[in-house]
Design a protein around this ligand. Structure first.
Ligand SMILES: [Zn+2]
Length: 111
């Protein structure tokens, strides 16, 4: 674990769980699980003196190229890998989204 200044920020995405759940009950369970997880992260970040940031649900984390910033458009959930049509970078969907969330969180944190 590095102690570099830029590694002091913890970022989470505000997920649209409604779109993933099939029933009302499933939705409330998903919501409770996610908010408990976020609450735990927030607590741990505070204990360790880290900045905690929530990135808004309108932020298109899975649409942006983390390499060049080009907005490549919507990706259905089954698309696990994609190639940026602007710079040609090949992305793992989740790794790319995580990089974008971290960048956006740092941008928010630095005001
Ligand atoms: Zn790109």
């Amino acid at each position: 674990m590095s102690h570099a200044r830029e590694n002091q920020t913890v970022c989470v995405e505000t997920l649209n769980v409604k779109g993933l759940a099939r029933s009302r009950l499933a939705k409330s369970v998903h919501d409770a699980g996610w908010s408990m997880f976020v609450g735990m992260l927030r607590y741990k970040a505070a204990r360790h003196g880290r900045t905690f940031v929530r990135v808004g649900r309108t932020f298109p984390s899975s649409q942006l190229c983390s390499g060049c910033g080009y907005r490549d458009g919507r990706k259905p959930l089954h698309v696990r890998h994609w190639t940026c049509t602007e710079c040609g970078a090949v992305h793992d969907r989740d790794v790319n989204a995580a990089r974008n969330i971290l960048d956006e969180g740092r941008r928010i944190a630095s005001g």
